[in-house]
Design a protein around this ligand. Structure first.
Ligand code: IVH
Length: 375
């Protein structure tokens, strides 16, 4: 094969395999068999060895972890990772708005963002490359989980060349798992006789804490970024920084909106209270942030959280239905799981008909639940 042919073939295979990785890890919807994927990966690996000059440093042959670390290193955060004050009602939001007006006057804007239900992560980039990923931990220091975070395909290992990023910065966001991937992997766990996770958030956080990054790579995670931290202030507003980091290659959620007053914020909240069920991932509320950085500084922080932001949490939905029967499901490994068959009921945008009873003892011993009871 001539060098030109090799170069073309390497580029084509790299692009194709990246696409398959995306389908597999992010969408959890592979369109190629494992066998065909491995075959192409081997071909690429062979060509890269023969023509190393044409290999992409971020090639699919270089990705998936595989390292087993014994434990995580503790890292101190350069900027503390605070939490947000939260509220479940509109009046408290109106009070929040009043406090802000009192402190900085009426001339300001809010950014409304979805509150992703995952785990927060702080990423450090040095010279355009992902240097470190640290969990929130206790807010002052967290676990260094870089090897695991490297398996997340939407987190750039290298930023888009030519985009105007600073030499050193930290960016924060939420690591989460899409509901489809959660359902698929949880079903796999049940089939294997393993305890399933209660929700995608727990699955994501359990995954990030694994010691085996090959297993992490098998479990598709995603990450939305929502906070830029730099030594020197680069932008005047949070909104501008969101637009910029998108251009640097980060996955920024497109549902965020600028709102000129609390009325706009309440409209945004009401829209997402029902619309959230159509997203492919879970959100548990809305985050409201004062847009302008100097106004944020003026407002400052309490011991635990910023005064310039608040989260509005959605109430978990509850419904009642009838337990029709308990049946038993036999997994691939022979593990038996009791299943509650329910009178179909609409909950959180889906019709619930069945629920696996992993805590069967609890259900029969403590709750003394019987068929035809209301649950
Ligand atoms: S901003 C100082 N924006 O919610 C404020 N947080 O209760 C930093 N979260 O620890 C957080 N979506 O894990 C922010 N769009 C969003 C968010 C978000 C989810 C999480 C994050 C944070 C927690 C606060």
């Amino acid at each position: 094969m001539s060098p030109t042919e090799a170069k073309d073939r390497i580029q084509a295979l790299t692009a194709e395999l990246k696409k398959h990785n995306y389908n597999y890890y992010v969408l959890a919807m592979p369109t190629i068999s494992d066998y065909d994927f491995d075959h192409k990966l081997k071909e690429l690996d062979k060509l890269e060895k023969e023509f190393p000059d044409f290999a992409d440093p971020d090639s699919p042959t270089q990705r998936v972890g595989g390292e087993v670390t014994k434990e995580f290193v503790t890292v101190k955060h350069r900027w503390p990772m605070l939490s947000l004050g939260n509220t479940y009602n509109e009046q408290e939001l109106i009070d929040f708005d009043q406090r802000i007006r009192k402190a900085i006057g009426d001339n300001f804007e809010y950014v409304c963002e979805l509150k992703f239900d995952g785990l927060s992560m702080s990423l450090t980039y040095q010279d355009g490359k992902l240097a470190r990923a640290v969990t929130r931990g206790d807010g002052t220091q967290g676990d260094e989980v870089t090897t695991n975070v490297r398996t997340i395909h939407t987190i750039p290992k290298k930023l888009i060349a030519g985009s105007n990023y600073p030499d050193l910065f930290e960016i924060r966001g939420e690591v989460f798992m899409h509901r489809k991937a959660f359902e698929r992997l949880n079903k796999e766990r049940v089939d294997n006789g393993e305890v399933p996770y209660a929700n995608p958030r727990n699955f994501a956080s359990g995954t990030i804490k694994l010691q085996d990054s090959a297993e992490v790579a098998r479990r598709p995670l995603d990450c939305f970024l929502y906070g830029l931290y730099t030594e020197k202030q680069l932008f005047k507003t949070h909104w501008e920084s969101l637009q910029a980091v998108k251009e640097w290659g980060f996955h920024v959620d497109d549902h965020s909106r600028l709102c000129s007053d609390i009325k706009g914020v309440l409209d945004f909240i009401n829209h997402w209270d029902t619309e959230r069920h159509h997203l492919s991932y879970d959100i548990d509320g809305i985050v409201i942030k004062v847009n302008n950085y100097s106004q944020q500084q003026e407002l400052g922080f309490t011991a635990k959280s910023p005064r310039w932001a608040i989260s509005y949490k959605f109430k978990a939905e509850r419904v009642e239905t009838e337990l029709l029967a308990v049946t038993y499901q036999v997994g691939r490994t022979g593990a038996v799981t009791p299943v509650a068959n329910l009178k179909p009921v609409l909950l959180a945008g889906t019709t619930v008909k069945r629920a696996t009873l992993h805590n069967a003892d609890e259900i029969t011993e403590r709750l003394k639940l019987h068929e035809h009871d209301t649950v």
